[in-house]
Design a protein around this ligand. Sequence first.
Ligand SMILES: [Zn+2]
Length: 279
Amino acid sequence: MAYLTIAQFCRVGPPGWSVSLAVLSRMTQRNLLLEEMTSPEVAAALAAGVTSVVIAVGAVEQHGPHLPLLVDAARGDRLAVEVAKLIGGALVAPTIRIGCSEHHMSFAGTLSLRRQTLEAICLDYTVSLARHGFRNVYFVPSHGGNFGPLADMLDDLRAAVAPDCTVHAYTNLIGFMGFWQEAVAAESPGLEGRVGGHADIAESSEMLCIRPDLVHEDRAEEGLVAHFDDALAERIFRDGFRSVTPNGILGDARGMSKAIGERCIRNAAEGIASDLMGS
Ligand SMILES: [Zn+2]
């Protein structure tokens, strides 16, 4: 079949393929995940104005002695749904599960993409989605090592699609840390100093909400407790994670709770959605 516009598709699609707006509305409230929809459902969503899409960019890498490697991929799955709900009129594309994790490679099991590999994947996502009629593509990193590469590739992603498709990415790593610090301070005052940004009280708490079966709470430890700023980030990316924290934790994982986790997820989603919609 030759390429069709969405309107043409809806007219020529086989009988029974069309989805009423009422059905569409129930469907999108229940499930925003593009990969779980049928192709006619996606076409109907686009025709009904659901033309934004959120993509989490995660990682599979070490997260200390108490958390599994999939933390940033699983957190990305949840974060993308929460951001999509706040943006409105948005679906969620499959999380990019592996990210730029070279700085964690001295820990067993970590997988890492080269920057150009990640950019190629993001570019192919963007072009595919734009070809189907998505008009706002939002990349949301759920792993610290992806913020810089996303910021660097944004111009190339934008140049790869027509001007009627806009591409956005949340790229403020220090800002993201602030969302977690605020959430922990509000939920458990006095423990905000344990937020360090990696396998810490905030991230461990999020995992208690998302995959509690994979959290080994009895192995939670203190890691490097230090103010996270640009200088520390630069040292980590240059010298590797193990050079600053032998157990792989930045911050302190002790004191985690589901209440902290839900607040961290909500605070981060609200901060990111508001930044993306203003960009
Ligand atoms: Zn993480």
